[in-house]
Ligand binder design. Structure first.
Ligand code: 5AD
Ligand code: SF4
Length: 497
């Protein structure tokens, strides 16, 4: 968020008055209150206080972390280089798989040791894990040194919660987790990780209830953001130098479904996802649009047409398949069969020439037999993914699949997982090899000082390393692909002037 704009906003707030009820005005009021205490805090600790936000999990969490960082900067903290030099550490957690969960506990234990050396250190935990009662209970009992716990539904209240936390009478964790919320609060400060690309939330939550997935329980029911507000955010981002946006939702295909029943939304705002894509693409100066994640059960022809015909939309579809077995897909509550999925892949490849397809696959869902797994391998062979995220099934308490009787033994899951990985490597590498020699547009995303190279992202989401000047960071340039190294390429830049 623009600093001058922020200062102007703060100058209009009178903190001697009671807090406003409206959002986000209420949060700016608490930010200003916190700000006024920063000078005193700096004097007490002998330096400008520093924060560190650590993100676990997906792009949604990454986006939420940018909001947390934006609020920390707005109240006068600077960014620390890591936990050790931070006065305030925030872990934005993920609970989609058990190992994500365990990682957080390990890291919080480590923070406890740091806090013993620096008792003034503040620790906040937020995100999906905090929406689970047993997690909060464990924090209260085993990690009592944590200062603040909040969830996914009240992240927007971070400034207010921090204010309350700093003014609490005891040193017990301040726990504020809401079971649900139908509120969407936007226009809070946000600190983008990259100046040239940004995520934009289009909807929150999920209504699909796949039987393995904890997301609907921790992120709640699906709520779409109004299209005019999304477009306004994209315009602001582009004015500040953004070239590429990633539209984020758990199931982008159902964007706007909740508008149909609503009388609060003007008729002209009742858009579906392909219409939203079109509206966003009309923002002048925006060059690329990505989106995550569509669900195969309702990926419409209208969406495929829009991807195919809209030059700003990247020709990349991330289409989570989860399993190739129709029997398992049914037990997963996915609402499509192996054949439906393969038909969809064919349609995408026919209608969007050169489209890159990536996927998510779960191995070892309860009841998965060797035959079911063979079906998964079969789809991988036929669909030919550019890459695939593969996961071993993880039992999540509270989901239907956690209580299915026929859980697959660990050794079987791990042996299948290795076979799947080997096949994906083989098929994806063969596909990637075919692009060698072609010239592609890439967005330069990184400077690798040590290797004296730049890294760019292709339209299809693959990376290419090449020599080039640092000033190209954030620019879209043409690169000739020279060698395929498996999941990335090396190449050389064509338009240096
Ligand atoms: N076990 C393993 N993988 C899971 N995913 C979601 N829930 C689970 C689970 N319980 C995977 C799915 C989803 C991705 C984001 O995480 O493949 O698409
Ligand atoms: Fe989870 Fe299924 Fe919703 Fe994706 S669509 S978040 S896998 S419940």
């Amino acid at each position: 968020m623009n600093q001058d704009y922020l200062e102007e906003l703060f100058s209009k707030i009178d903190i001697t008055l009671p807090a406003p009820e409206r959002e986000p005005e209420r949060q700016y009021y608490f930010m200003k209150k916190l700000r006024s205490g920063i000078k005193e805090l700096s004097e007490r600790i002998g330096h400008t206080p520093a924060y560190h936000v650590e993100t676990f999990g997906c792009q949604m969490n990454a986006k939420d972390s940018e909001k947390l960082s934006g609020i920390m900067s707005a109240i006068g903290f600077i960014e620390a280089t890591g936990e050790k030099s931070a006065d305030f550490v925030i872990y934005n957690t993920c609970t989609v798989r058990e190992n994500a969960n365990l990682k957080v506990y390990g890291r919080v234990g480590f923070l406890g040791n740091l806090k013993k050396k620096n008792p003034n250190m503040l620790i906040a935990l937020c995100g999906c894990m905090m929406q689970e009662e047993h997690v909060v209970e464990k924090i209260r009992t085993s990690y009592g040194f944590v200062d603040l716990v909040f969830g996914t539904h009240n992240l927007y209240m971070f400034a207010e919660l921090l204010y309350e936390c700093l003014n609490r009478k005891d040193r017990k964790p301040l726990v504020r987790v809401l079971a649900a919320s139908d509120k969407i609060v936007e226009n809070l400060p946000s600190e983008q990780k990259f100046s040239f690309k940004a995520g934009v939330n289009i909807s929150y939550g999920c209504n699909n209830f796949c039987t393995y997935c904890i997301v609907p329980y921790v992120r709640g029911r699906e709520k779409s953001r109004r299209p005019d507000e999304i477009v306004a955010e994209v315009k602001r981002l582009v004015n500040n130098g953004v070239k590429e946006v990633m539209l984020l939702g758990q199931n982008v295909n159902s964007y706007g479904n909740d508008f149909r029943k609503s009388s609060d939304i003007p008729e002209e705002c009742k858009k579906d996802f392909p219409e939203l894509l079109k509206m966003v693409s009309e923002v002048p100066g925006l060059m690329r649009i990505r989106f995550m994640t569509p669900h195969p059960k309702d990926l419409s022809d209208k969406l495929i047409e829009e991807i195919a015909n809209n030059p700003k939309v990247c020709k990349h579809v991330h289409l989570p398949m989860q399993s190739g077995s129709s029997r398992i897909l049914q037990k997963m509550n996915r609402h499509y069969t192996k054949e439906d999925y393969l038909d969809l892949v064919k349609k995408i490849k026919d209608k969007i020439p050169g489209a890159a397809l990536t996927t998510d696959i779960i191995v070892g869902f309860p009841g998965e037999t060797e035959e079911d797994f063979e079906d998964t391998l079969d789809v991988v062979r036929q669909a030919v993914f550019s890459s695939a995220y593969t996961f071993q099934y993880s039992k999540r308490t509270g989901t239907p699949a956690a209580s299915y009787p026929d859980q697959v033994p660990e050794n079987v899951v791990s042996e299948r997982f290795d076979r799947l990985l080997a096949l994906i490597h083989e098929t994806s590498e063969k596909l990637a090899d075919k692009a060698v020699g072609s010239t592609v547009d890439v967005l330069v995303e990184e400077i690798n000082e040590s290797k004296d190279t730049l890294t760019g992202r292709m339209d299809n989401n693959m990376l290419v390393h090449f020599k080039g000047e640092n000033r190209l960071l954030g620019c879209i340039v043409k690169v000739k692909l020279e060698e395929c190294k498996g999941f990335y390429y090396t190449g050389s830049v064509l338009n240096l002037d």
